[in-house]
Design a protein around this ligand. Structure first.
Ligand SMILES: Cc1cc2nc3c(=O)[nH]c(=O)nc-3n(C[C@H](O)[C@H](O)[C@H](O)COP(=O)(O)OP(=O)(O)OC[C@H]3O[C@@H](n4cnc5c(N)ncnc54)[C@H](O)[C@@H]3O)c2cc1C
Length: 173
């Protein structure tokens, strides 16, 4: 059926639209073309029956997935004006690494980020890390403990009070 290739309205009858294989638009006879044309058609149809000018313009959008064997496939995407472009989807080389993993792999990546954040950016995480590095050093229990130890040392120096700590063994009384 002859139609305007942008509005999909019949060129002979003002009350008939055609899309998909029944139309004569210069695009592939493909499900994707019918799909994309339908998106434009709905708005145009509503405007047309309300006596308004149609603002939707179909651009001939088509795409096709082509299995090429060996676990590979092509996607070609084009319209009235643009021929299929060469390239790889979505990114060459790193694309399959980033976008073709098992859900568990993505979960493990997220876990690594979360653990790194916990150990490097949160107080409990810093305490855990510090204790893990030197369990015998109480100052490694975090800034609060370090402050307490510093105050205790100061008291010891000023008032002769006893204090234990790294490099500062307790005195025999
Ligand atoms: C073998 C084959 C493989 C294909 N592979 C692909 C593919 O991989 N990818 C792709 O994008 N496209 C593919 N296509 C094309 C795709 O199927 C069509 O472009 C698409 O189905 C067109 O949709 P349509 O709604 O315009 O027409 P249709 O899907 O043909 O729908 C028309 C409907 O109208 C009904 N009908 C007909 N006459 C009347 C009547 N008088 N009264 C009431 N109902 C009626 C028919 O029964 C039918 O259900 C393939 C086509 C074929 C034949």
């Amino acid at each position: 059926m002859p139609v305007d290739k942008h509005t999909l309205l019949s060129t002979k009858h003002a009350n008939i639209f055609a899309l998909g294989d029944a139309s004569d638009i210069p695009a592939s006879k493909a499900g994707s073309v019918a799909h994309f044309a339908c998106e434009v058609f709905v708005g145009n149809f509503l405007q047309h029956v309300q006596g308004q000018a149609m603002t939707g313009s179909f651009d001939g959008h088509a795409n096709c997935f082509v299995e090429s064997g060996d676990q590979r496939a092509l996607l070609i995407d084009f319209n009235y004006d643009t021929e299929p472009l060469p390239g790889k989807y979505p990114l060459p080389v790193v694309g399959p690494i980033l976008f073709h993993q098992n859900a568990l792999v993505y979960a493990s990546w997220a876990l690594v980020v979360l653990i790194a954040f916990y150990l490097g950016r949160t107080r409990p995480g810093l305490n855990v890390r510090a204790v893990g590095e030197n369990p015998g050093d109480p100052t490694q229990l975090g800034p609060v403990m370090a402050k307490l130890m510093a105050e205790a040392r100061l008291n010891s120096d000023l008032f002769g009070e006893d204090v234990e700590g790294p490099g500062r063994p307790s005195h025999d009384i």
